[in-house]
Design a protein around this ligand. Structure first.
Ligand code: ADP
Length: 158
């Protein structure tokens, strides 16, 4: 049976931290679906279409990675795609509490679906899309933290 993992997030925008997780995850599974979620709680910085386009450009080099928008519940999406696991990245202790709750609630809704955590690489552990947005909004250089395609897109937007 093919192993399918889902990597969900808002990717607002996709950062080098996300890319590191994708680079490592695509070797572990037959198929990885990057699932771009609505951003109800986070500021709308990039639209769903912009986020999807940028994630697609970054993921294009991986043959077994696809990118889809998330509509509805992640567990329903996972069931429909016959995914066996959800992948999440863990940066610091601050991520843990929320991730632990999310994994527990998803498990209660869909016990066969496992949540797996990859710890962030030392070189990207400090990178957060929220802070990238702040730096960008204040006129700072974000090219250290995001893939070239994202930096160029955002530069062209100002
Ligand atoms: P953020 O939390 O930065 O707004 P997302 O909501 O898009 O990003 O997060 C999607 C997933 O990627 C989450 O599991 C998150 O913990 C993980 N992630 C985000 N940034 C990094 C990073 N620098 N290194 C590893 N994982 C990360």
């Amino acid at each position: 049976m093919l192993t399918t993992a889902i990597y969900p997030g808002t990717f607002n925008p996709i950062t080098n931290g996300h890319v590191d997780i994708i680079q490592r995850a695509h070797k572990l599974f037959d198929r990885v679906i990057i699932c771009v979620a609505m951003s109800a709680r986070k500021d709308p910085f990039l639209t769903m279409e912009e986020r999807l386009d940028l994630v697609r450009e970054v993921a294009a080099e991986y043959r077994n990675v696809s990118v889809l928008p998330l509509q509805g519940l992640l567990v329903d999406f996972a069931r429909a795609e016959q995914a066996t696991c959800i992948l999440r990245g863990l940066r610091a202790v601050a991520d843990f509490e929320y991730e632990f709750q999310l994994a527990g609630m998803n498990r209660q809704m869909y016990p066969a679906l496992e949540t797996l955590f990859l710890t962030a690489a030392e070189s990207t552990t400090h990178i957060s899309a929220t802070i990238v947005r702040e730096i960008y909004t204040l006129g700072g250089d974000i090219s250290l933290f995001v893939p070239g395609v994202v930096a160029r897109y955002l530069k062209g937007r100002t």
